[in-house]
Structures are given as structure tokens and as C-alpha cells.
Design a protein around this ligand. Structure first.
Ligand code: HEM
Length: 373
């Protein structure tokens, strides 16, 4: 299914090979360490815009928060010119992700188990795999090429904005015909842009409530499946080559040996007797982002942006569950969707400025996202 829908472009799904190593190297250069400092203005703009939206329309907060990481990543990667263009790219990514999330459920497609089914035309019974691919493949193609082509067009007319795509294209562009290497950059840039969703600095996630939120609500509870490349053995279990391993991150984060009474939300579990974060308690970051050489390379980016988002919201708003459209009180739970990337089913509806000063401060925030045309 991954091939049929063109999702095999994504480097999170690629086998370990030369191309993956190249992508991982580029990614590291542009989305970790010192590079992140360049992106702080964009992150701030997006978070400030979000605070103003929340102030004006608090019941829609979920949507505004959700937009922040997507918009930040897209602006950093392609230098999108304004909110309309940013939203257009986000919509493409959301639609493509819809396919990814459906395909990631083991057993969702018979064609995975019976490969012959993938040859059955869309219009015949049993042609579901092809029908599905016919809907999503064009979306994937557009998501990969449209933003990239628009950066190139902007460069051709000298209107480009600073972006990762611009840096990479300049790095590879010769003044003659595009080289095969340059062509492959289209896919590389997209592969890096769309994989994840949140994050910014490596520094302190040193507050326990935040750690407890990461622990009790992993957005990728089964991480990403891996194929074992050679026969292996673990604690007496033989694991033959080509076995698919699905890491149960959710179980690790709810292991009562590491986190007693795991289903209760207890930030204090991370705090030692000295009032500091207790290093003896396992840090959820060690699992949440996967493992080994494939560990999420966007974690620094994600942590920084979530920290900024959480800290900004808590600084200016009092948050309450509130009531839904029919006036029924919302009961907040840890229920989540059952897709590979999952979100809270319930969400607070009341975001009240903590004071008149807080309200004025939000209104005065500068967050103009329209960049020179
Ligand atoms: C809270 C936010 C995030 C979570 C929980 C998360 C989680 C994960 C997990 C579990 C994996 C699979 C690791 C493995 O295979 O063992 C992964 C891979 C990946 N993530 Fe993230 N991620 C997040 C944010 C991001 C962001 C913001 C970016 C990009 C800026 C990103 C880029 C990637 C990439 C490129 C891979 C594939 C790496 C590879 O296969 O070599 N992630 N992520």
C-alpha cells in the first residue's frame, strides 16, 4: 500500500540504505542543534498568532494549537509567503497523512497479506487497494512537488524567502540543466518537511507536568514498526530476519514498575525529595521518540515548539473543561483515537485570559505572517 500510494517517498519508512543516510544527514544539518535558533522567530510568530486566535474564539483552540507545528515546519522548510499559502500546504499534508494513518493499521488492507489484490483494477470487486491509491496518490504527488516548484519559481524571479528548500536547492543547483541529484532533492526536501508535527529547543523540559503529559499521552503509542534485518534473539525469543517489530511505547510509558499507579496523572512522580526533577525516574523522552539509529530526528524541534506552546498558553490563560455546544459539561479523559498517530478525544473549551493585563498583552502581540511579496 505504501508503494501504491507513493508514501514510499517518506524517509521514516525507507529501509536502511544510502539514500536514507543522505536524508538523515541533511535533516540533521537543518532541523537540529544550532539551526533551530534561526527558526525561533517563525515559531514565536505562529504561537503568538495562535494565542490571539484562542482569545477570539476559545472553543476552537484545538484547531489553532494543531496548526502551530504544521505551519512552523512548512514555513521553515519552504518559506511560505502568507497564511493562505501555508494553509494550502498544510491541507495537502493533512490529506496525505489521512492515507498514512489508515495504512498504518495492521490488517487494514487485505492487499498487504494477499499481494495479488493490488493488481485488481479499482472498478472490480476486491479492487479497494487500487481505489484507495487512486484517491491518495495524486495528493501525495502534489504534496511533494507543489511547494518545491513554488520555491523554484520564486527563486527564478528573485522573490525567494529564506528556507531549508532554498538552501538545499542553492547548494545543488548548477547554472545548466537540473542534475539527477537535484531532481532527487525535490523528494528529499518534502520527505524532511512532512514527517512530524511539533517541537523546538533541546533545553530543559524540566517541568514535571510536561513530562507527565508526554508520558500519559503519547501521540505515537506504537512508534513506527521496524523490520529485523538479520536473525536475532531477545531474552530467549528467537526473532527471525524480516520479522516486523511493533514497539509498544504506550505499555513502556505505563509500566507500573517505572511509573507506579500509571493511569493517574501525577506530575510529582518526576520530582525528587530535593524538589528537583529526579533523574532516577525514566524520562518519557527516551521512548516517545523511538529507538536506535532511527530515533526521531525531529525531537529537538518538537520539544522546543511544544514547550513554547504550553508555556505561552499557561502564562496567559486559565483553562477549564467547560461545556459543549449543547451545554453539556465536558468531561476530560485520556481517550484517544485509534489511529497510528492519535489525538485526545476530549479537549477543554474554556480559555479565559488570566487578567486584564494578560488580555491586553495578547492583543498587542506582533505576529504578522505576511512576508514581503
Ligand atoms: C511530539 C512530536 C513527535 C513525536 C512523538 C515523534 C515520534 C517519532 C517516532 C516514534 C519515530 C519513529 C522512530 C523509530 O523508528 O524508532 C519518528 C521518526 C521520525 N520523526 Fe518524529 N516525532 C515527533 C515530531 C517530529 C518532528 C517535529 C519532526 C520534523 C521536524 C519529526 C521527524 C521525524 C523523522 C524524519 C522521522 C524518521 C526518522 C528515520 O526513519 O530515520 N518528528 N518520530
Amino acid at each position: 500500500m505504501v508503494k501504491l500510494t507513493a508514501w514510499d517517498w517518506a524517509f521514516s519508512i525507507m529501509p536502511y540504505n544510502e539514500r536514507w543516510r543522505t536524508l538523515r544527514r541533511h535533516f540533521h544539518e537543518h532541523y537540529t542543534g544550532p539551526a533551530l535558533l534561526h527558526y525561533q522567530p517563525v515559531q514565536l510568530q505562529e504561537v503568538r498568532g495562535m494565542l490571539q486566535d484562542v482569545l477570539n474564539n476559545p472553543t476552537d483552540t484545538r484547531r489553532y494549537i494543531r496548526r502551530v507545528p504544521g505551519a512552523t515546519i512548512i514555513r521553515v522548510t519552504y518559506g511560505a509567503r502568507n497564511e493562505t499559502q501555508t494553509q494550502e500546504y498544510i491541507d495537502l499534508a493533512e490529506k496525505a497523512l489521512e492515507a498514512g494513518k489508515k495504512m498504518a493499521i495492521p490488517g487494514a488492507f487485505y492487499a498487504e497479506a494477499i499481494p495479488l489484490l493490488k493488481y485488481i483494477p479499482a472498478w472490480l470487486p476486491g479492487g479497494y487497494a487500487r481505489k484507495f491509491a487512486a484517491v491518495y496518490r495524486p495528493v501525495l504527488k502534489q504534496m511533494i512537488h507543489k511547494p518545491y516548484d513554488e520555491v523554484k519559481d520564486a527563486m527564478a524571479s528573485g522573490r525567494e524567502l529564506p528556507s531549508v528548500a532554498y538552501n538545499l536547492i542553492s547548494q545543488f543547483q548548477s547554472d545548466s540543466e537540473p542534475t539527477p541529484e537535484e531532481d532527487s532533492i525535490t523528494r528529499d526536501v518534502t520527505a524532511m518537511a512532512y514527517v512530524g508535527a511539533v517541537d523546538t529547543t533541546t533545553a530543559a523540559i524540566e517541568f514535571a507536568g510536561y513530562l507527565e503529559t508526554l508520558r500519559s499521552f503519547p501521540i505515537t503509542p506504537l512508534a513506527v514498526p521496524h523490520t529485523v534485518t538479520e536473525d536475532d534473539e531477545y531474552q530467549g525469543f528467537r526473532i527471525p530476519k524480516d520479522t516486523t517489530i511493533i514497539p509498544n511505547v504506550w505499555a513502556m510509558l505505563n509500566d507500573p514498575e517505572d511509573y507506579p499507579d500509571p493511569f493517574s496523572f501525577k506530575p510529582e512522580r518526576f520530582v525528587g525529595d530535593d524538589g528537583q526533577i529526579n533523574p532516577a525516574v525514566r524520562n518519557p523522552r527516551d521512548y516517545l521518540f523511538g529507538f536506535g539509529r532511527r530515533v526521531c530526528p525531529g525531537s529537538e524541534f518538537a520539544i522546543a515548539l511544544t514547550e513554547l506552546t504550553v508555556a505561552s498558553l499557561l502564562h496567559v490563560f486559565d483553562i477549564e473543561a467547560g461545556a459543549d455546544e449543547r451545554g453539556v459539561p465536558v468531561s476530560l479523559t485520556t481517550e484517544r483515537g485509534n489511529e497510528a498517530i492519535c489525538y485526545p478525544e476530549t479537549f477543554p473549551r474554556v480559555f479565559k485570559p488570566r487578567s486584564v493585563e494578560a488580555e491586553k498583552m495578547i492583543q498587542a502581540l506582533e505576529h504578522d505572517q505576511t512576508l514581503a511579496d
